[in-house]
Design a protein. Structure first.
Ligand SMILES: Cc1cc2nc3c(=O)[nH]c(=O)nc-3n(C[C@H](O)[C@H](O)[C@H](O)COP(=O)(O)O)c2cc1C
Length: 406
C-alpha cells in the first residue's frame, strides 16, 4: 500500500494499449491510490470512458467543453493530482506535450500538473525509433518528466520489437518512485554504470561469454537518469535498449570495457560496476575460424580486474571520488566473499547476490555490504534494487535529499 493517500490522474492516449490503462488503474488502486482519469478523444475509440468511470467512481474526463464540469477542468485535475501518469503515451501525444500544447484535457492536465509527470509510451517500433520521438522524449526529460518503458516484446502489429507498453506493475512502480521524497536527488551527479557480459573471442565466430542479461545495469542506468543523474552506460553485448537520455558506449571484451571505463572514471562522481566482466580470455584470438580437431586445449590468461584497478588508483590518489560500487555474484559463502572483495578492492559498497537468483529474471535478492556491515534486502524488482543501491551512492556522495515536494 505504498500509494495510500496519493491522488493520481491516469491520462490515457489513443493507442491500442489503451485497454491496459484499465489494469494500471486497478494496480494503482490496489496500492492505495485514489485515481481519476482523463482521456484524449482518440483514446475513447480504444476503451470506453464508462469503464474508467465505473472503476474510479468519478467521471472520466474527455471533453474540456463538457458543461457538466463546473470549474476549470483544464487546471483542476493537474492541481488535484500528486502525480500525473500518461499511459499509454502515443507518439502523437509525446509530440504535442513536448511542443507545450494544451488543446485537450490530457495535455492541459500535464501542463498544469503540480507534481511529477510520468509517461509510459507505447507505439510501433518505427514510431518509437523515429527521430522526432527521440527528440520529443529528450525535450520532455529536460523539463523533468519521467519515463517508464517502452519495452521489447510482441506488438499489436504481430511483429516483435521495441515499443510495447511496460507491464502495469512496472508502470505503477515508476509512479511510486517519482513520488518518493527526493525523487530527483541525483540531479547533476555524473554516474558511470557498466552492464552485461563481455565476450572474449576465440576466433572470428566463437567467443567465451557468460549469462549476464545486462538487466541490472540497465535498471541502474534508468533509475539514475530518472533521478536526475548524468548517466554513461558502458555495456557489453546485450539485447536491451538503453533508457532515453543515457549515453551508451558499446563494448565487447573485458579489455575494451576497461579502456572505456578507465578513460572516463576520473570525471565521474560514482562508478557502479554491474557488468559480469570475464575473469579470463583466450591467450590468443585465431585470425581465421579454428578447424575441427580432436581434443583442444585452451590457454586462458587473466583479464584485468577493472574494479580493483579503480579502487587502487583512488586509494593511491587519496581521493574519495568516484564512489565505487561492485557486484559479487557467488554460489557459496556469499557474505564472506563480499566482505573480502570490499576490502581487497578498496571500494565503498558491494552488492552481493546469489547466482541462482540474479541472472536473466526481472527480480533479484541481494545484500548490500559496506564497511559498516551487511544489509540483507528482500527479493525485489531490479529497478527497486537499483534505487536502494543509488540511495547508498547518494549517501556516500553526501548529497542532501531535497525536501519533499509541496
Ligand atoms: C488501430 C490503431 C492503433 C493505434 N495504435 C497506436 C499506438 O499504439 N501508438 C501510437 O502512438 N499511435 C497509435 N495509433 C495512432 C494514434 O491513434 C493517432 O496518432 C492519434 O492521433 C493519437 O491521438 P492521441 O495521442 O491524442 O490520443 C493507432 C491508430 C489506430 C487506428
Amino acid at each position: 500500500m505504498d500509494l495510500r493517500d496519493k491522488r493520481i490522474v491516469v491520462a490515457i492516449g489513443g493507442g491500442i494499449a489503451a485497454f491496459k490503462a484499465v489494469e494500471v488503474v486497478r494496480e494503482l488502486q490496489r496500492r492505495g491510490a485514489t485515481v481519476r482519469v482523463a482521456m484524449t478523444a482518440s483514446a475513447t475509440r480504444f476503451v470506453g470512458p464508462i469503464t474508467l468511470t465505473g472503476l474510479t467512481g468519478t467521471p472520466a474526463v474527455v471533453d474540456l467543453w463538457d458543461p457538466r464540469y463546473a470549474g476549470e477542468v483544464h487546471v483542476e485535475l493537474g492541481a488535484w493530482a500528486d502525480a500525473v501518469l500518461v499511459a499509454p503515451a502515443t507518439m502523437n501525444l509525446l509530440g504535442r506535450a513536448a511542443a507545450g500544447l494544451a488543446d485537450d484535457v490530457v495535455l492541459a492536465t500535464v501542463a498544469c500538473a503540480r507534481g511529477p509527470v510520468i509517461f509510459a509510451p507505447a507505439m510501433h517500433t518505427r514510431m518509437w525509433t523515429h527521430p522526432a520521438t527521440t527528440h520529443n522524449v529528450e525535450r520532455l526529460r529536460a523539463v523533468g518528466a519521467a519515463f517508464v518503458g517502452p519495452v521489447e516484446g510482441p506488438l499489436a502489429s504481430g511483429e516483435i520489437g521495441m515499443g510495447r507498453l511496460a507491464e502495469p506493475a512496472r508502470i505503477v512502480d515508476a509512479v511510486e518512485a517519482a513520488l518518493r521524497p527526493g525523487a530527483t536527488d541525483l540531479e547533476g551527479v555524473r554516474l558511470l554504470v557498466s552492464a552485461g557480459p563481455t565476450h572474449e573471442d576465440l576466433d572470428p565466430v566463437r567467443f567465451l561469454g557468460n549469462r549476464s542479461s545486462g538487466k541490472m545495469g540497465f535498471a541502474l542506468a534508468e533509475r539514475a537518469a530518472a533521478r536526475g543523474a548524468l548517466v554513461t552506460l558502458v555495456s557489453g553485448p546485450v539485447a536491451l535498449t538503453p533508457p532515453a537520455g543515457v549515453t551508451r558506449i558499446e563494448v565487447r571484451s573485458a579489455l575494451q570495457m576497461r579502456e572505456a571505463i578507465a578513460s572516463r572514471a576520473d570525471e565521474q562522481d560514482a562508478v557502479v560496476m554491474a557488468a559480469a566482466v570475464a575473469d579470463y580470455r583466450p591467450s590468443e584470438r585465431a585470425e581465421h575460424k579454428r578447424k575441427k580437431a580432436g581434443e583442444v586445449q585452451l590457454t586462458l590468461v587473466r583479464n584485468p580486474d577493472i574494479l580493483l584497478e579503480l579502487g587502487e588508483r583512488r586509494a593511491r590518489l587519496g581521493a574519495h571520488r568516484p564512489v565505487l560500487v561492485g557486484f559479487a555474484l557467488e554460489t557459496q559463502d556469499l557474505l564472506d566473499n563480499a566482505r573480502a572483495k570490499l576490502e581487497r578492492k578498496k571500494v565503498d559498497l558491494i552488492v552481493a547476490n546469489e547466482a541462482a537468483v540474479g541472472f536473466a529474471g526481472d527480480t533479484n535478492r541481494a545484500s548490500l555490504v559496506d564497511a559498516a556491515g551487511a544489509t540483507a534486502l528482500p527479493a525485489m524488482s531490479k529497478h527497486a534494487l537499483a534505487d536502494r543501491i543509488l540511495d547508498r551512492v547518494r549517501e556516500r556522495l553526501g548529497v542532501e535529499a531535497p525536501p519533499e515536494r509541496a
